[in-house]
Design a protein around this ligand. Structure first.
Ligand SMILES: [Zn+2]
Length: 570
């Protein structure tokens, strides 16, 4: 391809609204342009990389035994009503009405395709003889993100590979899951990404039923808890803290807690400033409504409650923060002064509460806190639970080594779904005795366009992108220094033809621009190999070849130019 004939609108300046490197570099190197918040066009260079990533995904899905198909983005809302995802998605689900004659129809734009594919399978799959089956597609997904941001990392419309497996037993599901997991590892390796498979929310099947694939990146929106000593890694929402349950019995001779005035100090920050004490000596008392019942959750002041863990510890499905009126009715005080002593509702406590020897807590009275609260003595503590997010201070739940927290970009997710969708949509199989069972499902997603952003986010320097060869829009950038010089252009064209003939993807910068200008653009768009033709070198029969990551170019005889590139690519 010749630069003059394609469309690569590079930018010299960093766009002011682009916060993260991938957003800045994808705009500057002419890969993408924004149509509106959350919606981007992929320009020719960007689209080439998207297609290369998609091809790698396809090859590995096919190799793992999945079969490609294609489903509609427009879906009837009734399917989402049947599975309960209309409510679960809320505003994130794009919905719209359309008139057809005198009928008004209600549609959704698919955020994923569990409903559509399970509906299809429920009509077409009858017996165990047709299973197992894994189907996938690469298709545009729609999510009405409240805050689309970071370029194509978080958009309301994005390209995704979604696969769905259908099987008759958990053993079959586990085999498919393992094959998908391995395929994902190969995909991200081939894309040149560093990645961490992490344990994620397990959902209905429980246990080790879900993994996310995270690319470590300082600007990643997800938090990964990783062990410094073993292979343990988990999404922060999921990560166990490695703490143990405690039972505390009352201390006989303990003195009573002391009430102190804390006027207007309703947050831990306020009170710790006022009493000059550390947040770790506070008991944070959070009032929730759990399956309709007010329930308090006790967490150490410097920790963050984890609603997934709380829900599991309580064995409830609905969990939300109580409103002010409920807080006042169970504590007898305005919001901000709840505490475990004399509280008028059930409560659960995190493991670390038991380790606080003398705590500060709300007094369940306006403008008052208690100091010297002894867990197990001033309030009962017969068992404790893991109710909070893990931190870097926690031991690994597997090996006791130190944990660390890293930011990550989620690029893939594999999930054992179980029978949630097959039961809701009546997708069953008959065993040899003609007995009916719900089909056991798994789902497996990769954000194809997000993979591209994650590559740029992690593969760049101050000059621009550094594409891994397998996903680079082109492999070689050929730069004739002076396009008005006949010998230069004749040589460049000859090498161009040789490389193309050898199957190498070449972009020739044939613009009539100064060399410095073209070199800057070459660094910016970041193709793996750059070859410069012209000037004094050419007079000596030499061209300059360098990899994007090399600081110095190799001087190669013109006749050796194409073979040299092929050698570099081996
Ligand atoms: Zn460990």
């Amino acid at each position: 391809m010749r630069w003059s004939q394609t469309f690569i609108p590079t930018l010299k300046e960093v766009p002011s609204d682009a916060e993260v490197p991938s957003h800045q570099l994808m705009l500057r190197s002419g890969l993408i342009r924004q149509l509106m918040a959350g919606a981007y066009s992929y320009l020719p260079l960007g689209w080439r990389t998207v297609r290369k990533v998609a091809r790698i995904v396809r090859e590995e899905m096919d190799r793992a035994g999945a079969i490609e198909m294609f489903m509609p983005a427009i879906q009837p809302i009734e399917l989402f009503e049947k599975t309960g995802r209309k409510d679960a998605f809320g505003d994130v689900l794009f919905q719209f009405d359309a008139k057809r004659g005198d009928r008004s129809l209600h549609f959704a734009l698919g955020p994923t395709h569990e409903e559509v594919i399970t509906d299809l399978v429920s009509r077409e799959i009858r017996t165990y003889k047709q299973l197992p089956l894994t189907l996938y597609q690469i298709q545009t997904k729609f999510r009405n993100e409240e805050r689309p941001r970071f370029g194509v990392l978080r958009t309301s419309e994005f390209l995704m590979k979604d696969a769905y497996s259908f099987s008759t037993s958990l053993e079959e599901l586990n085999d498919i899951y393992d094959a998908m997991y391995k395929a994902y590892c190969r995909i991200f390796e081939r894309c040149g990404l560093e990645y961490i498979p992490v344990e994620a929310e397990s959902g209905p099947i429980g246990g080790d039923a879900s993994h996310e694939f995270m690319v470590p990146a300082p600007n990643g929106e997800d938090f990964v808890v990783r062990c410094t000593g073993c292979a343990y890694a988990a999404n922060q929402e999921r990560a166990d803290t490695g703490r143990m349950s405690s039972v505390l019995s009352a201390v006989d001779s303990a003195v009573d807690p002391v009430a102190v005035d804390t006027p207007g100090a309703g947050t831990i920050d306020d009170v710790s400033r006022l009493l000059k004490s550390d947040a770790a000596s506070f008991i944070k008392t959070l009032i929730y409504v759990a399956d309709g019942r007010p329930t308090a959750v006790l967490i150490r002041g410097d920790h963050e409650a984890n609603e997934g863990k709380i829900r599991r510890a309580l064995g409830v499905t609905e969990l939300e923060m109580a409103d002010d009126a409920t807080v006042e009715s169970v504590t007898g005080a305005p919001v901000g002064f709840a505490g475990p002593v004399g509280l008028n509702c059930d409560f659960v406590a995190d493991h670390d509460i038991a380790a606080i020897e003398s705590a500060i807590a709300g007094a369940n009275a306006n403008d008052t806190h208690l100091t010297g609260v002894i867990p197990g003595t001033h309030f009962e503590l017969s068992e404790t639970h893991d109710l909070r997010n893990a931190t870097a201070d926690d031991p690994c739940p597997r090996c006791d080594a130190k944990l660390e927290i890293v930011h990550g970009i989620e690029v893939g997710h594999v999930f054992k779904l179980g029978t949630k969708y097959s039961e809701a949509l009546d997708a069953n199989w008959l065993d040899p005795q003609e007995k009916k069972h719900p089909i056991i499902m798994g789902c497996y997603g990769i954000g194809v366009t997000r993979v591209v952003a994650a590559i740029v986010e992690t593969c760049h320097d101050e000059g621009g992108i550094i594409w891994p060869t397998a996903v680079a829009p082109y492999t070689v950038e050929l730069i004739p220094l002076n396009v008005t010089d006949e010998i230069t252009m004749a040589t460049a064209n000859r090498i161009y033809d040789q490389l193309i003939g050898a199957g190498v993807e070449v972009l020739m910068d044939d613009r009539d621009q100064r060399p410095g200008f073209k070199f800057k653009d070459a660094d910016l768009i970041g193709l793996p190999i750059r070859m410069v033709v012209g000037g004094k070198g050419l007079k000596d029969g030499i061209v300059e070849v360098k990899r994007r990551t090399d600081s110095d170019a190799a001087r190669v005889p013109v006749a050796e130019a194409a073979p040299h590139v092929l050698k570099l690519l081996k």
